[in-house]
Design a protein around this ligand. Sequence first.
Ligand SMILES: Cc1ncc(COP(=O)(O)O)c(C=O)c1O
Length: 397
Amino acid sequence: MGNLAYPSRFSNHLPPPSIGGTKSAEPEHVHLSYGFPASDLLPIRELNEAANAALQVARVDLLHYSGAQGPVRVKSWVLNRVRKFGLLAEGGNFLPVFGAIQGIDLTARILINPGDEVWVEAPTFFNALQSFRAAGAQICSFPVDEEGLQVNRVEEALQKASAEGRKLPKFIYIMPTFQNPTGSTLPIGRRRQLAQLAKDYDVYILEDDAYAELSFNGTTLPAVYSFAPERVIYVSTFSKTLGPGLRLGWVIAPEEIIQYMATLSLGSQLNPFTQEIVGELLEHYDFDRQVERLSDRYRSRRDTMIRALHEELGSEIQVSVPDGGFFIWVTFGEHVDVNAVAPLAHRRGVSFVSGNAFFNDGKGARYLRLCFSHCSEEQIRKGLRSLAEAYYSIYSG
Ligand SMILES: Cc1ncc(COP(=O)(O)O)c(C=O)c1O
């Protein structure tokens, strides 16, 4: 083991926290850090029935490399569902993956050569940063406001790089809908503008739409993909609607991209066993009703969190109010370092994710991310009381 030398691209950066963290042994602890769904809304009974049915019908085929009907059913269900977001794609544009994160990582693996640029939002999803760094990318960040990525800034940078004859980015990674961590959503004008830039400059967009189903006001915007299908690699997932442990998501992209990605699967089909069960579930399941249940619950938890934040810390913070998804982004004064608050808060039984994890340059100590989807309203209120106590023990208000 002592001789194991990692390539320098791994040792330059401390690994950021994993997507969900691990479950704590302390039952009273309030985990506002976990990006988890509400456990009691996950369809465990329905999956149990679907698993039984799939085992009875497909029998031993479930255990063969190509499975039975599952992969075909999942593919056609997803291709139909994503029409809701304006995606009109064919079978050749689709690849099942073990979660949106694998779609992100496959994109990095097929497009990035060490030293290539990748442009991201600031702040952005830390596991995506980890993947781009591991591929050897030079990461360049662009600010996000209440309306998501500031596309004008991207346009200026593309113009400048192009005028100076510099290399353009291999792709631009964005979360246009209920962004992680800010909760912001890119309006339709910016989506169109970004799609046009991708076409004009021949740059790919990696569009991560993991939270798109979870809208709290019933509105749905067309994906960036819908404006430039030849330039967008779209990733999404069942993690936020059926459960992250299924590890089932998808990529929808130009056929050439899908073929490169499929090559990296080395001839093997993604987990046919899981697809068989999920395919069976989706045949009979009222997915719209599930989305409605989740959205109703999360809307109520978001409101409770916003209220509690105003009550406990109102004069000290600015708070994002997302129209969907899992997260609230909290901004403190410039003098505040949330990393000093974190251990005191942890001792008082509450955890959050410090802003630094979401910035490529490690800055962002005045921000923190709170997740409202997983904890009960009572836990949210209790957790924010503890967080405020920890904060005021350092910054006396
Ligand atoms: C923006 C975003 N993309 C992707 C993922 C991961 O999705 P999956 O579980 O499908 O890999 C997450 C989960 O936290 C996320 O927040």
